[in-house]
Write a protein that binds this ligand. Structure first.
Ligand SMILES: C[C@@H](O)[C@H](N)C(=O)O
Ligand SMILES: C[C@@H](O)[C@H](N)C(=O)O
Lengths: 166, 166
């Protein structure tokens, strides 16, 4: 498994914005991201899971920390037009990612990352994946510990392999 | 914008499993994916957004349709050990993705995809992104219409450019 991971990355410049309780119907997501795009606000992660209550859903996204106030203000002003309930933000997050080709098909990779975080007593706030990348949001104060724990899980084993061969 | 998208893909072989109401504490995610990994079940998307109630959260993931019954059974048996509330599945989904390098930094790309779906009256069930890919889950019956709508939004403009030059 170790050889599948190319590396562990950490981005502490992200802040989270979540628009809660919007109508779960065609057009809601478009309104949110058209508003951000016309103001030139770049978005990094976009995460929408299953709606908890019928007919409503939440959309969370991350922006650069310097865009947070602007993005929050835009979403606050959009609430009425969107018919959403509220906007929440979290500026104490860091995005930790593992990158590697063909990773997601190997079931042990995701569990390895999550086990490393569990063993280090680090809570996972959000998760998003693609074929070559698994990203989690954690408390920013846990970022460095998270990187070390994941690195130790995937690379130290390989290192000791190297050591024992030399 | 058009040139940033390399293509639109559609995967109708995915099914959704969601584990609802699990304790939002270190270790929960590891239990879910360790269980799947020991049974060799490959997972494609993993999506966890913000928890709706305090101290609990949901994790949704997609598996190949032929693994759905197996994955559901595993999660049902895990509910007690995990302290989670319930397992939900959805086998009428399709994953629609747009792929392109450096996409997510261009705010207009995500909004373009969501606008195309809104104009085609297609509801977005879930969203997950990475730097080079934006994926949404839609009703499987909407999959082909979704691909056409997105393709028309990003490529037809380019096509008519080509036509007017010839
Ligand atoms: C919640 C939001 O994604 C909505 N379902 C839409 O299609 O825009
Ligand atoms: C919900 C789940 O992700 C939990 N927060 C964990 O760290 O495992």
């Amino acid at each position: 498994d170790e050889r599948v991971i190319a590396g562990v990355t950490c981005d502490k410049n992200q802040a989270l914005v979540a628009v809660l309780g919007m109508p779960d119907e065609p057009g809601s997501a478009a309104k949110v991201f058209t508003r951000l795009s016309t103001k030139g606000i770049s978005v990094d992660m976009i995460i929408q899971s299953m709606g908890k209550e019928p007919h409503t859903n939440d959309i969370a996204f991350t922006v650069n920390t310097w865009d947070l106030q602007n993005a929050q203000g835009l979403m606050d002003r959009l609430l009425g037009d969107l018919g959403a309930r509220s906007v929440e933000i979290d500026d104490k997050i860091a995005k930790i990612s593992i990158v590697g080709v063909g990773m997601i098909d190997r079931p042990g990779i995701a569990s390895g990352m999550f086990e490393a975080l569990a063993e280090a007593q680090i809570n996972i706030k959000m998760i998003s994946t693609s074929e070559i990348k698994i990203s989690v949001l954690v408390e920013k104060s846990n970022a460095d510990k998270a990187v070390q724990a994941i690195h130790a899980k995937f690379f130290v084993a390989e290192q000791s392999l190297v050591d024992s061969k030399s």
